[in-house]
Design a binder for this molecule. Structure first.
Ligand code: SAM
Length: 239
């Protein structure tokens, strides 16, 4: 049997440092050189980010709250979190992604000069989820579970929960829409050079993995566009 992360993980890392980096930087960016499918995914993903920001801020201001953005990509979430005053740790397995996220954060954030109040630059780290340690008030992991087969998802969810004191937000491609996704998967993942495997997850499986480590789902959200599907759950310690 493979280690957690195993062979898949090297493939994913390589992809997000090379062709996947170029592809997703474009999708997550604002430039016009995207095709119809990419534009649709961009829209769907931005809605997920909005939903996350709403779920988080509905519970109170983020000023001074420690948040770990696990698998931060180009910083689509880390940057708005920092804008709200959160102390963000943003980590990704891809060095290219982390460098891009840091560059964009420096461009987009009006950083505190130490005298005036203002956002704090997130702490950026190149590391995989399994190597993250420490404690955070909130852990968020968006659209990363798609790279984990179910056999490895439980361990990943347990690890993220162990880092979180108060809440854990995870988004994933829901398996209920499997057949819809299958129909479109050809367009989403047009060839081996363009993508890695995509794993869909049943909400019940994610819920069970959370329950196993003493967490329960408090809020749920769903974003669907034509080519993008993402279930969002916010979990809290069950107690
Ligand atoms: N969370 C970001 C967002 O929503 O904007 C990026 C989502 S992107 C689809 C998936 C990201 O997960 C990529 O940046 C990839 O490098 C990262 N990733 C995949 N497997 C990972 C792992 N095992 N540990 C850390 N990051 C990982």
């Amino acid at each position: 049997a493979e280690e957690v992360g195993g062979g898949d993980k090297e493939v994913v890392k390589d992809y997000f440092n090379k062709s996947g980096f170029e592809r997703w930087k474009k999708i997550y960016g604002e430039t016009d050189d995207v095709n119809r499918v990419q534009r649709d995914i961009r829209l769907g993903h931005s809605k997920t980010v909005e939903n996350v920001m709403k779920m988080l801020t509905d519970e109170g201001p983020l000023q001074g709250v420690s948040v770990c953005d696990a698998g931060c990509g180009t910083g689509c979430l880390a940057i708005p979190l920092a804008k709200e005053g959160a102390f963000v740790t943003a980590a990704d397995i891809s060095a290219a992604m982390v460098a891009e996220a840091e560059k964009q954060a420096k461009e987009q954030l009006q950083l505190s000069n130490g005298f005036s109040a203002g956002p704090v630059l997130p702490k950026f780290e190149v590391k995989d989820l399994e190597s993250l340690d420490g404690k955070y008030d909130t852990v968020v992991c968006l659209d990363v579970l798609i790279h984990y087969p179910q056999s490895k998802a439980d361990g990943m969810i347990a690890h993220l929960a162990s880092l979180a004191e108060n809440r854990l937000l995870i988004s994933f491609a829901p398996k209920t829409l499997y057949y819809d996704v299958l129909k479109r998967i050809g367009e989403l993942f047009p060839g081996p050079s363009k993508a890695t495997r995509a794993y869909l997850h049943a909400e019940a499986d994610v819920e069970r993995a959370l329950k196993k480590v003493g967490w329960r789902i408090r809020k749920r959200g769903l974003t669907t566009t034509q080519f993008y599907f993402s279930r969002l759950v916010e979990a809290v310690p069950a107690k």
